[in-house]
Design a protein around this ligand. Structure first.
Ligand code: HEC
Ligand code: HEC
Length: 271
């Protein structure tokens, strides 16, 4: 196994048990804790992982990332596996409410059945934390649903690096969401996939997602791209700001990083 061990541990992406696979996905490429955990400069605050994150606020919403620990009262401990999988991929809560952004349901619909189940298996093993999270407020119309019920989704074969990298960058890791400009209607401008320019205000100031198409990264080495993703250090040595989730991505295996780089290099160059 050739993992990047910066954060102290790493697991093979093809780890055998669902709990190990789920841990790998949730704690690395999917970075669920980037929203669902309170963080300080060192990452998620120990002992409170997944107990609910700080509100994500916008003109259109005050979204409160839920407590997704197994606490029965304030978390998801009493939900069934299917209910949790449905929440992740279809954006529907246990009581049938359609959730709003920014959890990227339209991408999470593409998480493979096995991977979604593995994520749930792992979430069942995290420490239950009692923490009642306020209800999100949306000052925007929400869709009646994010689409039909999801089932029978399979991941592309890992031997197809570009396709598997696209699976990691889209459905699992939502890199595309942050790194693709918005249209004036509020959707993503997929003709300019990967071109960056989205603004992310936060305690760090305002960061702007960068162009990750070959127009920008074309002459970077693979190692330079991987360093940016996993250590948050740009090619010129400057430090990258949140919400780019390098603390999570540091735990990715080299094979998955290779697939991500192959996907980035396959994008249409956009200036
Ligand atoms: C960009 C931020 C963001 C990311 C990334 C994110 N979530 Fe969420 N999640 C939220 C918000 C906000 C809510 C609450 C939405 C609402 O109440 O309408 C939520 C709700 C949920 C719920 C419903 C829980 C409940 O009690 O209603 C589950 C389950 C969940 N998320 C799991 C996950 C998992 C697993 C991942 C990683 C694969 C993930 N989330 C990634 C922001 C995020
Ligand atoms: C929540 C939003 C978000 C997600 C998810 C995200 N990024 Fe980023 N990314 C950013 C922002 C913002 C920056 C720029 C930070 C800065 O300028 O300090 C950035 C910077 C980068 C850079 C550095 C480019 C340069 O010129 O230095 C690379 C490479 C990158 N991201 C790749 C990825 C990949 C691959 C993924 C998925 C595994 C990903 N990002 C997921 C927001 C995000």
């Amino acid at each position: 196994m050739a993992g990047v061990l910066a954060a102290g541990w790493s697991l093979p992406a093809d780890a055998e048990t669902p709990v190990e696979r789920g841990r790998y996905l949730v704690e690395s490429i999917a970075g669920c804790g980037n929203c669902h955990s309170l963080q300080d400069a060192n990452g998620p605050i120990p002992g409170k992982e997944y107990a609910g994150g700080p509100p994500i606020q916008d003109a259109a919403f005050d979204a409160w990332p839920a407590n997704i620990t197994p606490d029965e009262e304030t978390g998801i401990g009493s939900w069934t596996d299917d209910e949790i999988v449905r929440a992740i991929r279809e954006g529907v809560t246990r009581d049938g409410r359609v959730m709003g952004p920014p959890m990227p349901f339209w991408l999470y619909r593409g998480i493979a059945d096995d991977d979604a189940k593995a994520m749930v298996a792992y979430l069942r093993t995290v420490k239950p934390v009692k923490n009642k999270v306020p209800a999100s407020v949306y000052r925007m119309p929400l869709p009646p649903s994010w689409g039909p019920a999801v089932s029978g989704v399979e991941a592309p074969p890992r031997s197809d690096k570009v396709a598997y990298g696209g699976y990691l960058a889209g459905p699992v890791g939502h890199c595309v969401e942050c790194h693709t400009p918005m249209t004036d209607k509020g959707g993503l401008d997929m003709a300019r996939e990967g071109a960056g320019t989205r603004e992310f205000p936060g305690p760090w100031g305002t960061s702007i997602s960068r162009n990750i198409t070959p127009a920008a990264l074309g002459d970077w080495t693979d190692a330079e791209i991987k360093r940016a993703i996993t250590q948050g250090v740009s090619r010129d040595g400057t430090r990258l700001m949140p919400p780019m989730g390098f603390g999570f991505y540091a735990r990715m295996t080299d094979a998955d990083l290779d697939a991500l780089v192959a996907w980035m290099r396959s994008l249409k160059p956009v200036d």
